[in-house]
Design a protein around this ligand. Structure first.
Ligand code: TYM
Length: 331
């Protein structure tokens, strides 16, 4: 009954802060799904963060707790939704191992994220096995909760597809109906599904082009000042090209007046400085309540939230594992 109201999603804790791409692509939808009565499982993927850390993981526990604080600050209510850390629920590791027995290597080698990350880690001798298996662990994260849907940004679509394929393959091989296909809940609005960074590449921690949820109003102002705008718009009267301008892209997300701002930008009736000033005010106002909630959250608060979150997660995960072990003949 409650099964088809379940939603699972996760974020890697490669650093202690989430950016507005994480928020627009996923977290904002998590909060909306919670408000429309879904049973939310909001996970910090600390094991996934290790795939690119190469031993440099002393801060892993700290980062994971800080990311969990961002979830709560953004509006995830721990009384209704489970907020938990992946490594606290060991069933994720067990299902990952079992699914690795039925996942064809070809599916993983073809994964576009794998190809991208392979380049970053520097050669096969340094490439961890965990990087290739990344989508299998992600699939375990999802299938453990047998969710209705998974809210994520556009970049996660290939992982979600592999996940559904693995689930269906499991059902077929073991002649069970444990895993129904889940929905991909990606924002329809493309500039929310893939939020550009301050330099107009994709917003990403690794490009250092982010506005973080926890940035102060002054830090936000400084970042917006240096954001990429239409290069050929040197004077106010030069025509702007909002599609290629980071500031205009953010106005489209956050400003109720973006249509007027865009048409004035195009017509040369407003300059980039005015756009930047208005955007700074709107963004700082939008994130003010979150920043206040975040500042009020203590380490003790988040510890309690994570303990009860892991308990809620484990209750569902262990039920799924019983079915999986039985299907595979393990007892
Ligand atoms: P991660 O940590 O890279 O990103 C977390 C979420 O933020 C979204 N996102 C963006 N959305 C729009 N624009 C951007 N510039 C942008 N950057 C990031 C991502 O799409 C994602 O929704 N593999 C996952 C973590 C994960 C997971 C899971 C997700 C582990 N297990 C199970 C869903 C279900 C990842 O690395 O996301």
């Amino acid at each position: 009954m409650s099964e088809n109201r379940r939603i699972l999603s996760g974020m890697r804790s490669t650093n202690p802060k989430l950016h507005i791409g994480n928020y627009e692509g996923a977290l904002r939808n998590w909060v909306e799904l919670q408000e429309s009565g879904h049973e939310m499982f909001c996970m910090v993927a600390d094991w996934h963060a290790l795939t690119t850390m190469q031993g440099n993981s002393g801060e892993a526990g700290y980062n994971a707790r800080e990311v969990a604080k961002d979830f709560v600050a953004a509006g995830i209510d721990p009384a209704r939704s489970a907020v938990f850390i992946q490594s606290h629920v060991k069933e994720h590791a067990e299902l990952h191992l079992l699914l690795s027995m039925i996942t064809p290597l070809g599916w993983l080698e073809r994964n576009p994220t794998y190809k991208e990350k392979q380049g970053e880690v520097g050669g096969v001798e340094r490439e961890p096995y965990g990087l290739l298996g990344y989508p299998v662990l992600q699939t375990a994260d999802i299938l453990l909760y047998r969710p209705l849907g998974v809210p994520v940004g556009r970049d996660q679509a290939p992982h979600l597809e592999i996940g559904n394929d693995i689930g269906q393959r499991f059902n077929r091989l073991f002649e069970v109906e444990i895993f129904g296909p889940y929905k991909y809940l990606i924002p329809a609005d493309e500039n929310r599904a893939k939020v550009p960074g301050l330099d107009m590449r994709k917003m990403s921690k690794s490009y250092d082009n982010c506005i973080y949820l926890t940035d102060t109003p002054d830090e936000t102002a400084e970042k917006i000042k240096s954001a990429f705008t239409t290069p050929s718009k040197l004077r106010k009267t030069d025509p702007g090209i909002p599609e290629g301008c980071a500031v205009c892209q953010y106005l489209k997300i956050y400003s109720p007046f973006w249509e007027t701002q865009w048409s004035e930008d195009i017509a040369g009736e407003r300059g980039c400085m005015q756009n930047k000033k208005e955007l700074t005010e709107i963004i700082n106002e939008y994130f003010r309540p979150m920043r206040e909630r975040r500042a009020a959250l203590s380490d003790g608060d988040i510890e309690d939230i994570l303990i009860s979150g892991a308990d809620k997660a484990r209750a569902v995960a262990s039920e799924t594992m019983s079915m999986v072990r039985k299907a595979m003949g393990l007892y």
